[in-house]
Write a protein that binds this ligand. Structure first.
Ligand SMILES: CC(C)(COP(=O)(O)OP(=O)(O)OC[C@H]1O[C@@H](n2cnc3c(N)ncnc32)[C@H](O)[C@@H]1OP(=O)(O)O)[C@@H](O)C(=O)NCCC(=O)NCCS
Length: 141
């Protein structure tokens, strides 16, 4: 498996992977928004390749205070082989090298396998807090 930085030329393949792996596609996943995202943290958006095919992704971000992991997804035929673990480890290492003190991930309560993944990867649920969000523009999520 080879891990590398996402390039905008990967967009169609990556978007198909997100859809195939069951990730919810949001307005922020348009090519325009993704292009904008990688103008900030290009080195934290990673893809995993096997035989030249992209089999997994993680979109890392650093907002200056916290690191965030979005769109961790692995193609169904490639799951349970450590692809997500390798992607998350690499994103964490890159964040740590930048000085990120803590990394968060938002996981739906019903997403059992993702909850299981993040639990075993050392992520702790903060029972004191609930995520609050407010849409500021129609194009954002
Ligand atoms: C969650 C997901 C990214 C895990 O990817 P993966 O490459 O299969 O994960 P790994 O092989 O690195 O798994 C590491 C460990 O996580 C846990 N885990 C992973 N998938 C699991 C599952 N389906 N059920 C239970 N535990 C699971 C296991 O402890 C696993 O270790 P093991 O295989 O030795 O038992 C993948 O199932 C996926 O793409 N799901 C759909 C998209 C999604 O929900 N993404 C998360 C959004 S927050």
């Amino acid at each position: 498996m080879n891990l590398r930085q996402f390039a905008i030329e990967d967009y169609d393949e990556v978007r198909a992977l997100w859809e195939e792996s069951g990730l919810e596609i949001r307005p922020g996943d348009s090519k325009r928004e993704v292009r904008s995202k990688i103008s900030r943290d290009p080195d934290l958006f990673l893809v995993a390749e096997e035989g030249g095919k992209i089999v997994g992704t993680v979109m890392g971000a650093w907002d200056g205070r916290r690191g965030w992991l979005y769109h961790l997804g692995v193609l169904p035929g490639h799951q349970r082989r450590g692809v997500a673990s390798a992607l998350v480890r690499e994103a964490e290492a890159r964040m740590k090298a930048k000085g990120v003190l803590k990394v968060n991930a938002i996981v739906y309560r019903t997403n059992e396998r993702s909850l299981s993944f993040f639990r075993q990867a050392g992520y702790i649920v903060d029972e004191r807090s609930l995520i609050h969000g407010k849409v500021l523009a129609g194009e954002s999520d």
